[in-house]
Design a protein around this ligand. Structure first.
Ligand code: A2P
Length: 314
């Protein structure tokens, strides 16, 4: 397994298991199998609604806690400073852990505390730098209290991360963003490198298991792109392995979701795939800044959020 070195000296396994949309009743089995075959990094979130099942698998594994890397995420309705530690403690309890390796602010989007998913624009509260810094400061307190070893961001633009870098006391350890050949995140990758942060890519396989309302008409296929198919055939491997091998070969971490034992094995093995420079170049040419998950579900009528103010034009 390759690792991403973080500013604290900690090593995050480059390939982890994603658990978004992993169906209830399947997650515990998938995590148990993943840990059995060698996964050591599991990416979770309160909003996925399945942390207690992940916890069942963690409770039963013979793998020592210190060998595991467990990430979770602070949901958008718990960003007020007073809500941050209780939210983290809820995830810890569900996961059966006494600390997390990494806790991320899930979205630069704020929801009213009683709302899990917005039903109207009035459930959403505008994002401000002051608010982000207050949330960050509460997260820093959780680090000092020993509840989490690293804190970071998810779906944040560089502009929003920079506010935390400039005014926070603890450096964000990881930026988690959508990343795959159609959205290569070269600027974010260079930015993280320059600032001593790791980068993790979600939706590395195109996240086809997204809820129906998050699919756009005519969106491009990733696993069936002709260049990816041809490369997989030439190298005697699968399209998914090519996409994951590409991600790990360029020094990023990646968290493909699967609950299928054969695909779990295939995805883990892909972390050791070394792609030749010529093949990396073929994939580089596929970049088109295309987001499968562009956050448009936050843009209900009357919402303060727009594509422009979530992504800051990046
Ligand atoms: P499944 O859980 O049945 O394996 P992403 O990680 O980009 O969010 O994509 C996850 C989706 O890709 C899930 O639908 C998952 O289904 C599927 N998937 C995971 N691994 C592979 C693989 N090796 N080949 C094809 N599809 C895969």
């Amino acid at each position: 397994m390759k690792y991403i070195m973080l500013h604290t000296g900690a090593k995050m396994p480059a390939l982890g298991l994603g658990t978004w949309q992993a169906a209830k009743g399947e997650v515990a089995r998938a995590v148990t199998e993943a840990l059995r075959i060698g996964y050591r990094h599991v990416d979770c979130a309160h909003v996925y609604g399945n942390e207690n099942e992940v916890g069942e698998a963690l409770a039963a594994t013979p793998v020592p806690r210190r060998e595991l890397w467990i990430t979770s995420k602070l949901w958008n309705n718990s960003q007020c400073p007073k809500d941050v530690r209780p939210a983290l403690e809820r995830s810890l309890e569900a996961l059966g852990l006494d600390y997390l390796d990494l806790y991320l602010i899930h979205w630069p989007v704020q929801l009213s505390h009683t709302v899990m998913y917005p039903q109207s624009g009035s459930d959403l509260i505008a994002w401000t730098e002051e608010h982000a810094l207050e949330t960050w400061s509460a997260l820093e307190d959780c680090v000092r209290a020993g509840l989490v070893r690293h804190i970071g961001t998810s779906n944040f633009s560089m502009k929003k991360i920079q506010v935390l870098l400039d005014k926070g006391s603890i450096l964000p350890a990881v930026s988690q963003v959508e990343m795959h050949p159609y959205l290569q995140q070269n600027k974010m990758r260079a930015y993280c490198q320059a600032n001593g942060m790791g980068i993790t890519g979600f939706a590395p396989l195109g996240s086809k298991h997204r809820p129906a309302h998050q699919h756009k008409e005519g969106e491009p296929g990733l696993l069936n792109h002709p260049d990816i198919l041809a490369m997989a055939e030439r190298l005697g491997t699968t399209p998914a392995s090519i996409l994951l091998g590409w991600a790990v070969s360029r020094g990023t971490s990646v968290i493909p979701k699967s609950t299928n034992p054969e695909r779990l094995r295939q995805n883990l093995a892909a972390a050791d795939l070394e792609l030749a420079e010529a093949d990396m170049a073929i994939i580089s040419a596929m970049d088109m800044s295309y987001r499968f998950l562009d956050g448009s579900h936050w843009m209900l009528k009357g919402s303060p959020y727009t594509l422009e103010n979530i992504w800051d034009g990046e």
